[in-house]
Design a protein around this ligand. Structure first.
Ligand code: SF4
Length: 332
């Protein structure tokens, strides 16, 4: 069955996460909506790239998927079963994270063998002989020699550490991997090696990835679909070719203009959006992107656009809504 026709292995239905945040010692607590009514569906074997600027809610979404945060409302389902109904250990067998910073995600006092074999020990899989065999096997798969088992993270390069983090994530053979900016702490020369490794592992083990990045060029390298997040909302979702050929949302267009580089993984986006990212405690009315949007009108300042289905996915912008009076205006 192709990824396009597979039933979703991971599904988010109208997921919202709101925090109460105090500004200053005497300030009144105000709501901050980090994730705002997000619905996404991830068929088995697919790579969904989740893209947006820092602070847009990507990492909160990752924490919800890993069971580290509880949504305020909405549902997260794995194979049709609510994530909240599954215990922590069985969830950890099925869904594993790879984080941005291999320097801080690996315990510096533990040997590579201890770090990589930890999930086996926590889940009570096998004994010392099997741990040794499985660690050697997974290190080989991620391109590390068995001799590193007795070394420590401080003795390794950034790329080698990220390979260790990948080995630890995959040793229990999870179905879903949440990659949260897995290459952004690495040198440019190492980034493509890690992206290629993640691509190879996906094909070899039939993995499903949610690949979170601020960098559309990195996402293009690996993703089959892309969701663009702005102030906690998915403002556009599309197959990857469609998004790069003909982005619909003005925010996606701005991200694309700023990150197109000759090599995937190069460069941090200068979003060319003029003003800074808005404060999520005090989001703009109407379309939340309107203060930065070159196409904004009075309607955008007052009325939030509704999600509209397109041939390639979904988008939230009055310009692309056939029922909106702005529909005939051309997107710059
Ligand atoms: Fe820009 Fe208006 Fe579309 Fe929002 S709805 S992205 S402000 S044109």
């Amino acid at each position: 069955m192709s990824p396009e026709t597979s039933p979703p292995v991971l599904e988010l239905r109208n997921v919202t996460k709101t925090y109460r945040v105090k500004q200053g010692i005497f300030g009144k607590a105000k709501p901050l909506t980090a994730v705002n009514d997000v619905s996404l569906s991830l068929p088995r074997g697919e790579v969904l790239g989740l893209v947006g600027e820092s602070g847009c809610g990507k990492s909160t979404l990752a924490k919800i998927l890993l069971g580290l945060e509880t949504p305020t409302s909405g549902q997260v389902l794995i194979d049709g079963k609510e994530i909240l109904a599954q215990d922590r250990l069985s969830l950890a067998r099925r869904i594993q994270p790879i984080f941005q910073d291999p320097y801080s995600s690996l315990n510096p006092r533990k040997s590579i063998f201890d770090i990589v074999s930890l999930p086996l020990r926590v889940h009570g899989v096998g004994g010392p002989q099997e741990w040794d065999r499985k660690v050697r096997e997974i290190l080989d798969i991620v391109g590390l020699p068995a001799r590193v088992m007795n070394t420590f993270p401080s003795q390794m390069s950034g790329g080698q550490r990220q390979r260790v983090a990948i080995a630890r994530a995959l040793i229990m053979k999870p179905e879903i991997v949440i990659c949260d900016e897995p290459t952004s702490a690495l040198d440019v020369s190492v980034q493509s090696q890690i992206l290629n490794l993640l691509g190879d592992l996906r094909r070899e083990f039939g993995l499903t990835y949610l690949f979170i990045s601020h960098d559309l060029a990195v996402v293009e390298h690996l993703a089959t679909r892309v969701a663009v997040m702005y102030l906690g909302r998915i403002v556009e979702e599309s197959d990857v070719a469609g998004l790069f050929d003909e982005a619909g949302h003005p925010y996606t267009q701005a991200l694309l203009k700023s990150v197109l580089t000759p090599e995937p993984g190069l460069g941090v986006p200068d979003t060319q959006l003029g003003m800074a990212y808005p404060n999520p405690i005090d989001p703009p009315a109407g379309c939340q992107f309107h203060p930065r949007c070159p196409m904004a009108t009075d309607l955008c300042k007052k009325v939030a656009p509704r999600p509209v289905e397109t041939a390639r996915g979904r988008v939230e912008c009055h310009l692309l809504d056939p029922q909106s009076p702005m529909h005939d205006a051309k997107v710059a």
